[in-house]
Design a protein around this ligand. Sequence first.
Ligand code: AMP
Ligand code: MG
Length: 419
Amino acid sequence: MPTIINKTSLTSVADAQQQIMRDATCTLDTQRVSLFHARGRVLSAPVVSMVDVPPADNSAMDGYAMRMEDLNLDIIPVSQRIAAGQVPCVLEPHTCARIFTGAQVPSNAQLVVIQEDVDVIAGGICIKPSALQQEQGQKQGQFIRLKGQDITTGQVVCETGTKLEARHLGVLASMGIEYVEVYRRLKVAIASTGSELVNPGQTLKAGQIYNSNRFLLAGLIDQLGMELVDSGIIKDERTTTETALALAAEQADIIITSGGVSEGEEDHVKGAVEALGQLDVWKLAIKPGKPLAFGRVKQTPFFGLPGNPASVLVTFMIMARPFLLALQGYSQSQNQTQGYRLKAHLLNPPKRPSIRQQYLRVRVVSNAGSKLVIEAMTNQNSGVLSTAMEGHGLAVIKVNTSGEQAQQVEFLPYASYGV
Ligand code: AMP
Ligand code: MG
């Protein structure tokens, strides 16, 4: 059933999400970037290993490489010394090799005995009697890191759509990868509407406030590995709004505005979008963030987030982020795109139910055993952003629930949403 939008009914969060995500696909060009500069980029092709990692069996400890049959010899001569980076020779019969962590083990060695288990004596070494006893006994293969134990030749190590974080870069480097194929960065234009806004660095005059949303949104977009197009502050005037949106539509792949999207005489965003393109979704059953708008400015997708900073945070996280990730080419199958939804017990649920799905700013009280206990921050006013800064995530309160019924909730940790 298509969602019906009119001025009086609110679209449910689920319906709006479905509608917004309907045409969300990645059409970006790809480019080749050096691994060193690839953090935050999204792979446009899978990475297949051309090598085994590690490339050869090597020692996990400082000690002596030898064969099992020689463990009980009174004297085991040391016939070679192998430091990391050196190439070993085959072990001579009934001898051992002094070996160090990371050094390649001789092909016929069967174990490494750690140096703590050895006495150095005239003519070689002997294994300490205590280290030969059953419990601590020496075992075949011990302290040898096998060739290919991490990655094998031909293995698909990263799928298309993987966002590369530091840990991915480390793995790709271990395979000798120097360049990766990635989607170009999605260009996201952000504009803050409001004649009362000034940017930090200027003195506030009467009636003015500082522009929080520009910094909030810029940070959120940077976290997703996207490119920011700063469309500045737009005054609350219809023609100024239209001109700014039309320009942003040419400069970026998607536009995100804050403020000016309600129904007041000073709210010009909705009208401007309808004049320049189309409005597909407007007014959601969500708290905070009701006046959220989604549509197109010319052909460019558009999100009009509400003005209050806490509403910006919530609607970005819940509505805009999944769409942005899809456009950037993030794989939908990966947990990096989903964010965690953890079961939690909310100590202070809302007393009254709401016809809107609520996203409360919460903090974690305890995490003992397997029980996650959270508490809603005292001030849930949508103009208050500091309670988001101090807390750890959002709790989802379903429509028409309150009291005890609203105590078992989903907890969305900011950290897993890049917030
Ligand atoms: P609006 O949605 O434009 O009616 O704005 C709702 C509230 O959010 C008003 O109190 C605005 O002053 C405030 N607001 C709008 N944009 C910003 C911004 N960029 N930074 C801080 N507060 C804002
Ligand atoms: Mg405004």
